[in-house]
Write a protein that binds this ligand. Sequence first.
Ligand code: P1T
Length: 379
Amino acid sequence: MKFNTKTIHGGQEHDKAYGAVMPPIYQTSTYAQTTPGGHKGYEYSRTHNPTRHALEKAFASLENGNFGLAFGSGLAAIDAIMKLLKPGDEVISTNDLYGGSFRLFTKIFQNFGIKFQFVSMQNAADIEAYINKSTKLIWVETPTNPMMNIIDIKTVAEISKKHKILLAVDNTFASPYLQQPLDLGADIIMHSATKYLGGHSDVVMGALVVKDEELANKLYFIQNASGAICGPQDSFLVLRGVKTLHVRMQRHCENGREVAMFLKKHPKIENVYWPGFEDHPNHLIAKSQMKDFGGMLSFTTKGNNYSEAIKIIEKLKIFTLAESLGGVESLCGHPASMTHASIPKEEREKTGVVDSLIRLSVGIEDIDDLLADLKQALD
Ligand code: P1T
């Protein structure tokens, strides 16, 4: 089945009771048993729920995996991955990443004796120098949030396999439409399904996908034992969102390209970070591992002028100032004070998250209106 068909049919079957084409919202916490253990495959909704199960099968199908897991948020999904580790284990992570992931690693899991090294992975081979016998997980976010750096997944996977280390990829910014890291050798895919998978800014959810059954069983155990699951209503909404992922992504990419080109030429702008530019440091890797370049980009104002950046943000009308990304509507964000405020200033500035940086999630509105909005705000 091709990807555009998988978004609609992948892992799905019509409801057994009445043939409903969409899985019903099984709004139930529990399931009747005729005798202890005499049930129809579902006992309690923390462990299993038919609506969530339909969504988990869709996730697995989209990422060319065998097993999908849905969680109450992207961070809950990352939390489950980290619970595969033990005190004394080490993680090598991308140094430019979502501020909430950084906060979870450094403020929660570091307290449980897990050590994190945040390294630039722009030259993927460099990570080998950070590996030791305690290294158990490599955490890659690509494209990175918000600097749009690209990490060569295949090269990192070769290194992780050589050293028998798990490789997890946060595929939120790309979505499975643009890149499928399991096919490049990753072990675990993570998504903030809040973003492109849900696609409509109405649900907070996380997803994991793996190929290996033993790893899947460990994660299912954590999902049930820790209990950070999502509800049936949200599962239904994300399943509905996923069905239009390919058409939405196509338009996000088209509009993203136009916005990137417009900003690059604008005299009030210093730098535009978008992997589709030929002069982006890892453009060729982006071209080889992604189908297109997506709808996310960031930029700084001329002379890194903070107050100018705030004025632009305040003047934008269609681009709404808000946390999050990946919905049909265009959003703008100020990473330094919003999504990445939990990273100390000197740390975030090392990776380019300066006070004048503005991040755009380019939506699927008419491109003329988006460009006119940017033009009036910049002028
Ligand atoms: O918000 P949540 O569903 O828990 O997902 C966390 C998360 C994980 N990984 C990446 C790359 C993310 O971008 C996020 C959430 N990010 C935002 C809310 C944001 O505006 O960047």
